[in-house]
Design a binder for this molecule. Structure first.
Ligand SMILES: [Mg+2]
Length: 220
């Protein structure tokens, strides 16, 4: 069985914050809300830490919008996949990781339509063996069950595997509790560093570290 490398999606494989900033600028421009609104939206989102139903309830109230919260949120989920991208080199890095014998998967919290759209639009869908999305499975990171689902989709087991992600609790603590070794992506946001097996400053460095572990050759 191949060794397993699981990756978080938002702000690990893809630049979710960059996409959110683009969305906020579009949203404000489309409604004539101005630059202050863009900054307010980005601040309110707090790097994705606010549940989006709560976020859009606040947005609706602040700007006196007529659309129901559900509609604002749905429009956002429909648009975001078109605004996200992988950092340069990520897709090729995943190809090399798989060529080195790893099973590669994505484990992510979020709505199924939004996360699936991002995975497909960025080209990640063709670069991984499987994925597990909380909104589709009814269980969220850090719950071990979401990691287990991802492992099964990848034709692998958690034992001996690794989890790569930027969130200290959902990715690092969650991955550790699931029996995985962990690589923390330190985005320089000032959050306290978790106890990970390795800390790097971007996902490409994590991919390189995993490839080195397998000797750069066939690990199967
Ligand atoms: Mg993340």
């Amino acid at each position: 069985m191949p060794p397993l490398a699981l990756f978080d999606l938002d702000n690990t494989l893809i630049d979710r914050l960059g996409a959110f900033r683009l969305w906020a600028a579009e949203f404000a421009a489309g409604r004539g809300l101005g630059q202050d609104a863009v900054r307010w939206l980005v601040r309110l989102d707090a790097d994705g830490s606010v549940p989006m139903d709560v976020f859009f309830a606040r947005v609706r109230e602040r700007f006196g919008l007529a659309e129901p919260v559900g509609e604002l949120w749905r429009d956002y989920r429909g648009r975001l996949p078109y605004l996200v991208e992988c950092r340069g080199g990520v897709l090729a890095g995943l190809d090399r990781l798989r060529a080195a014998g790893w099973a590669v998967g994505i484990v992510t919290n979020g709505m199924a339509d939004n996360q699936t759209g991002k995975i497909r639009r960025t080209g990640l869908a063709g670069r991984v063996d499987g994925w597990a999305i909380s909104g589709a499975e009814g269980v969220r990171k850090p719950d071990t069950r979401l990691f287990e689902i991802a492992a099964v989709r990848c034709g692998a087991v958690l034992e001996g595997g690794w989890m790569v992600g930027d969130d200290p609790d959902k990715d690092v603590a969650g991955g550790h509790a699931a029996g995985l070794r962990t690589i923390w992506i330190d985005r320089g946001t000032g959050v306290p560093a978790p106890t990970a097996d390795l800390a790097v400053d971007d996902v490409l460095a994590a991919v390189e570290a995993l490839i080195r572990m397998s000797g750069g050759g066939d690990a199967r």
